[in-house]
Ligand binder design. Structure first.
Ligand code: NAG
Ligand code: NAG
Ligand code: NAG
Ligand code: NAG
Ligand code: NAG
Ligand code: NAG
Ligand code: NAG
Length: 489
């Protein structure tokens, strides 16, 4: 993946690196100068008839592998990740369905940390759940009398206790709550971009400005899940209790960890696929305009409406996982295309929803979530969110026809994956008049065809075409790669 001979792969790597890393900046400068030099040699220095091999030789000499690439190691896979889940006996009955939705028994590595041993009702502990551990008793700590929130200290020490399990060949520790749904395959893809031998703290802030303001805009919210590289956890494990001694007055474990890591000189790297969901109500607007980034987690599912309106909460999550199991990297990725003969816009959130607008709406607008949800805290003043939104409208030219993920079928010729989205309710509006009165009321199903071989990195640039099916009430959306420099408007 990181061969010094391949300009392509170097550039890809550079794109994937943290935007603010100095190394990336250095690389950009180095590559730019190299390109300038090559350009000069090729076009101005006519006396020298360089062959391609000479150029590559020059390249190799200027950039020996060791200086530009991390030491090579086998790619990060599923088994390099150990997950520490924080739970409590009191809420386990209600939360266990969320863990069952994503935990793969005997495949996923990790533990569920509880505040006390499971009661008889839950024993024998099924092997379909993560093995449980009971958090250490902290009342013996010297600092204990000064600790303002013992529960939060228990939670932050779960990082340490997960590390003390002594698992072998760990590259990343991922911490999550008992009501966090994780897509571990996508975590593998995302974490593989980072050098696990360095210190990394990867997560996300809250959707709500106020929550971040109250703590830190650079803090990972634990419910969304966050990842710490092995060496960082190893170092932290010797220093965490000292850190708790410095900050016994802090009331929130995530903030305590943030303070400790900041003292270590480590800052947060944001990944857009983690979702804290500090929201209430209907989050379909958010999930229908997900940024182009692998979907990693979903949290606070008890605080929001079921994500599929015809199902209860646990059924909803299991339903989403049907698509996740087939093609996790595509889950919730938004693809937009237009049907000119009817002036319709399509916005597909793969495995979740499909929207038809009876008007040609710019991508920049469709990428803004419809504000179907409310902030987590009451009595806060706008602006509420860390991202732009659109206000839901009853204007027939702005309101979508909404279809939700219904089924997935892989067994179709040509290796296509077909996801079907069904209308749950009539839109109940007149057609959009200014774009020609082309009603989409008669469409009941949308079938989306995608090919598995389109690589993850280029999926952000997916384009699609619209075709009518034999069944008049079904529309087909066929994904394809965008052509070079295609204006996808
Ligand atoms: C993951 O990679 C390691 C090498 O680091 C290898 O030994 C192991 O078999 C791989 N596991 C899976 C599940 O591919
Ligand atoms: C997990 O592995 C254990 C021991 O190999 C086995 O007894 C158990 O049935 C497995 N559990 C599941 C859910 O596959
Ligand atoms: C959700 O629906 C499933 C299947 O119908 C059912 O087994 C489960 O008990 C329901 N859960 C709740 C919390 O109502
Ligand atoms: C479908 O996938 C199989 C195995 O990956 C491959 O051999 C075959 O050529 C593919 N078929 C088409 C039509 O792409
Ligand atoms: C599409 O909408 C434009 C106005 O936005 C209109 O001029 C044009 O006639 C419409 N096209 C069709 C096929 O209705
Ligand atoms: C759409 O229909 C309305 C009402 O029937 C009509 O007034 C309007 O002119 C039509 N618009 C177009 C662009 O045909
Ligand atoms: C299917 O489309 C036809 C033709 O537009 C329409 O008359 C019919 O009502 C539609 N069926 C449903 C179930 O919407």
């Amino acid at each position: 993946m990181c061969s010094p001979l391949s300009l392509n792969s170097t550039i890809t790597q550079q794109k994937l690196a943290t935007p603010f890393s100095l190394r990336a900046l250095f690389k950009t400068l180095a590559i730019s100068s190299l390109i300038l030099v090559l350009f000069y040699i090729l076009f101005f220095d006519k006396s020298n008839n360089y062959q391609l091999s000479n150029l590559l030789e020059t390249f190799k000499q200027s950039f020996p592998a060791a200086t530009t690439c991390p030491v090579s190691h086998p790619p990060t896979n599923f088994s390099h990740i150990v997950i520490g889940i924080v739970g409590s006996m009191k809420t386990w009955k209600q939360k266990k369905a969320y863990i069952e939705a994503w935990w793969q028994p005997n495949v996923t590595r990790g533990y569920l940390f509880l505040d006390r041993a499971p009661t008889k009702q839950f024993l024998p502990w099924p092997s379909s759940f993560p093995p449980f551990r009971v958090n250490e008793d902290i009342t013996g700590l010297k600092v204990y009398p000064k600790i303002v929130s013992p529960v939060q200290v228990r939670i932050v020490r779960t990082v340490l206790e997960t590390f003390r399990e002594g698992d072998k060949d760990v590259r990343w520790y991922v911490m999550a709550d008992d009501d966090t749904v994780l897509v571990v395959d996508n975590l593998v893809d995302v974490l593989a971009k980072y050098d696990h031998k360095k210190y990394h703290y990867i997560g996300t802030s809250s959707e709500c400005i106020k929550s971040n303001f109250d703590f830190s805009f650079d803090m990972a919210f634990g419910g969304a899940g966050y990842a710490l590289s092995y060496p960082l956890v190893a170092a932290l494990s010797t220093k965490l209790d000292q850190c708790i001694e410095r900050y016994p007055y802090l009331r929130v474990s995530d903030f305590m960890l943030h303070e400790c890591l900041t003292d270590f000189g480590v800052s947060l790297t944001q990944e857009k696929g983690f979702h804290q969901i500090d929201l209430h109500g209907d989050i379909s607007g958010l999930l229908s305009s997900h940024p182009q980034s692998p979907f990693l987690s979903l949290h606070h599912l008890d605080a929001v409406d079921p994500i599929f309106p015809s199902m209860n909460r646990s059924e909803s999550v299991n339903h989403l996982m049907k698509a996740a199991k087939v093609d996790p990297s595509r889950l919730l990725q938004q693809t937009i295309c237009y049907h000119r003969p009817s002036n319709w816009s399509f916005s597909i959130s793969w495995g979740y929803s499909a929207h038809i607008y009876e008007n040609v709406i710019p991508r920049s607008t469709l990428q803004r979530p419809l504000e179907t949800f409310r902030p987590y805290k009451k009595n806060v003043r706008p602006p509420f969110y860390m991202f732009n939104t659109r206000w839901p409208s009853n204007d027939p030219c702005k309101a979508p026809h909404v279809f939700y993920f219904d089924s997935i079928d892989q067994s179709v010729e040509g290796n296509k994956t077909v996801t079907t989205y069904s209308r749950v309710a009539p839109r109940g509006l007149l057609p959009c008049s200014s774009s020609g009165n082309h009603s989409a009321d008669f469409i009941t199903k949308i079938k989306v065809y995608s090919l598995p071989e389109i690589r993850l990195e280029v999926r952000g640039k997916n384009c699609c075409d619209i075709a009518h099916a034999a069944d008049i009430n079904t529309t087909q959306v066929i994904y394809r790669s965008c052509m070079d420099s295609e204006i996808i408007a």
